[in-house]
Design a protein around this ligand. Structure first.
Ligand SMILES: [Ca+2]
Ligand SMILES: [Ca+2]
Length: 155
């Protein structure tokens, strides 16, 4: 269970973003909060859905699932998607690079934490207006779409 929630982390609306998805694989949508760290970087918190049935609304106290000390809150955006086909949503980040391009990362959920971010896609500087597609210079060689880069659900 998380400790120091609100007090030590100083949660604020302006310095946080939320997304919802099933990150522990129980079929219920959980809340994931990306929060700007006071020391720079981003901290990822998860509130597990503990609803017991239809009409019940329950979220556990936030737990810190990941600390990303070198990441910029202002220069990144996060989404949830199952990138490896295990029916558990993973965190997907798009982060601006130092040269103005951007990279797509995935942070696979193991059901109780997000594993170390893995870069799956690079979108270099100077491609503004281009549409990623098969053969696009946006994509890693051998990858025909962003969906392929992130993984296609199995089974
Ligand atoms: Ca869940
Ligand atoms: Ca997954």
């Amino acid at each position: 269970m998380a400790t120091g929630y609100l007090l030590s982390e100083g949660w604020s609306f302006a310095n946080s973003r939320q997304v919802a998805g099933d990150v522990d694989g129980d079929g219920l949508a959980d809340l994931v909060t990306m929060h700007r760290s006071a020391n720079g970087g981003v901290i990822v918190w998860v509130e597990i859905n503990c609803a017991s049935g239809p009409g019940d609304l329950c979220f556990e106290l936030p737990e810190r699932w990941q600390t990303l000390p070198g990441w910029s809150f202002a220069n990144s955006r996060q989404y949830l998607a199952d990138t490896n086909g295990d029916y558990v949503d993973d965190l997907v980040s798009v982060h601006r690079s130092g040269d103005g391009g951007m990279y797509v990362w995935r942070h696979v959920s193991d059901g109780s934490t997000f594993l170390a971010p893995e870069r799956v896609q690079g979108c270099p500087l100077g491609r503004g207006g281009a549409s990623p597609g098969a053969g696009s210079p946006w994509l890693t060689p051998g990858v025909s779409s962003v969906r392929d880069a992130l993984g296609t659900p199995q089974g």
